[in-house]
Structures are given as structure tokens and as C-alpha cells.
Write a protein that binds this ligand. Sequence first.
Ligand SMILES: N[C@@H](CCC[C@H](N)C(=O)O)C(=O)O
Length: 288
Amino acid sequence: MTQVIPQGFSKGHGTGNDFVLVADADGSAPLTPERVRALADRRFGVGGDGVIRAVRAGATGVAILDSAAEGTWAMDYWNADGSVSEMCGNGVRVFVRYLLEAGLEELPDGGAIDVATRAGVKRVVRRGELLSVDLGPFELGEMALVAADGLEVDRPGLLVSTGNPHVVVALASEDELAGLDLHRAPSLDPAPVDGANVEFVVPGAIADGIGSIRMRVHERGVGETLSCGTGAVAAAMATRHWSGDAADRWIVDVPGGRLEVDVDERGHAWLTGPAEIVFRGETLSPAR
Ligand SMILES: N[C@@H](CCC[C@H](N)C(=O)O)C(=O)O
């Protein structure tokens, strides 16, 4: 008989970028690609763009914990296809909301909590109902040619690292953005060795030091999603660069809602937005 091990989970999202979250404080239940794919499956599982395991630093020898102080919470982030990513900007904010909802941490308004990730330790700050994360310094890189269904000609894209890899492409109009078909992954030339998330942006006006953009994204290891936090940061920082650094605050409208990106005096990019837990449950499918 197949052994069934019930496992508790929570489901949360940040602007529609949704995640299955599981607690494994002592590190005794590592995720596998098969388990992640099963949990993230929208028909046969819970469904999500990614799966996140909450582990305590010091509990296991997992590499993401190496730089973190003992006891720090670590976000073990996986994409829906069973691959791991260095960083997830919406995921780390939803992760902290999960710790608060589960009673594992407390965070007064204005308070901060550090989270270990594969891209280093990130600070998350509560701002009323919103959560902000300091994603640290970002890096602008080389150009790549981007081809996507719905675009008649290939477009130049700018490589941006926010801990994980992105390519940002500027489009001319909202119609062009709406006309994209992101069912297939855009192709990149040259193709980054580890792949990349691809953001398509339409820049808006800059007024009173605040820029605005509309964005759609094809996430590495997932497909088109309603939002991508590190993608919003990459898109804002590429657009800021193209504008001659004309603004340090950017409003990023994605299909799932609105995010804000701010650059502080140290050149760190902060991502702010909503993060919600929408349900809890128990999986009953066979352990894999
Ligand atoms: N949705 C995330 C990014 C998740 C990881 C990404 N798909 C990758 O492979 O790098 C975000 O909010 O940043």
C-alpha cells in the first residue's frame, strides 16, 4: 500500500505571484524537484508559481544557510518546474507574511526581519500592511537580442542582476505589450548560461521624481506570471538607466497589481508591495 504522509501547507501571493509554503524548521524534510512539481501543479496539486520551504539556519548544511546567523529563517525557493532560484522578491515578502501568520515571528510596524536566501541575507521591513525587501545593489550587464511571439522584429534587451538573472526589453506602446504571446519562452541571443527571466516594459511619464512603467514577465522555470518582484526591480532599474537616472522611485504596474521600487542612498533597490496568505491546508498525496 502507498504510504500517505499528510503535510501542512499555506498558500500565499504577492500581486498574484503565488506560492505554496511549507515549514521545516529543523530541516528534516528537504524538497525534491518531484515534490515541488507535484505541489505547484494547478490541476493535480495545490498550484503555484513556486514552492517555498521555511528552514532555520543551523538546522541543516544547505548552502543557502552558510552566511546566516544561527536561528535566522532561510527561504528555500523553488520554481514550479522543480528548479531552484537564487532569489524571489515577491516570495521573500510572502515568506515573512507566512512567518507572521503562523505565529513563528512578530513584526511591529517599521520593524525588520532578516531572511537568508541563496542570494545572501535580505532584510524585510513592515510598512503598515505592506512588506518591503532590501534586494541590495543591482547590476546592469550586457545587451541580448530578444525574440518573442507577437513581436515582429527582435528587440534589444538589457541584462540586469537582482540576485537572479533578468533581461529587460522596452516596448513602444501598451498595444505592443498587450499583443505579446508569452506562452512560449522568449529566446535570447546570446542566451545566458543559467537562463533568465524576461521583462517587457512600457515606460510612462516621470513626474515629481517618480517614474512609472507597465510590465509583463516570462519567468524562468515557470512561464508568464501575474507579477515578479525581482523582475519589477530589474525593469525599474533598466528604465531608470535609460532615463539617465531621472528618478529613484518607480511605480511598476503588473497584471496582478502594483509594486513600488525605490533606490536608497547606498544604491540598494527596495521592493514594496502587498503580501497575503490566502489559505492553509494539508496535502494527502503520496510522499515522493
Ligand atoms: N517571482 C519571483 C522570481 C522567482 C524566481 C525566478 N523565476 C527565477 O528563476 O529567477 C520574484 O518575485 O522575484
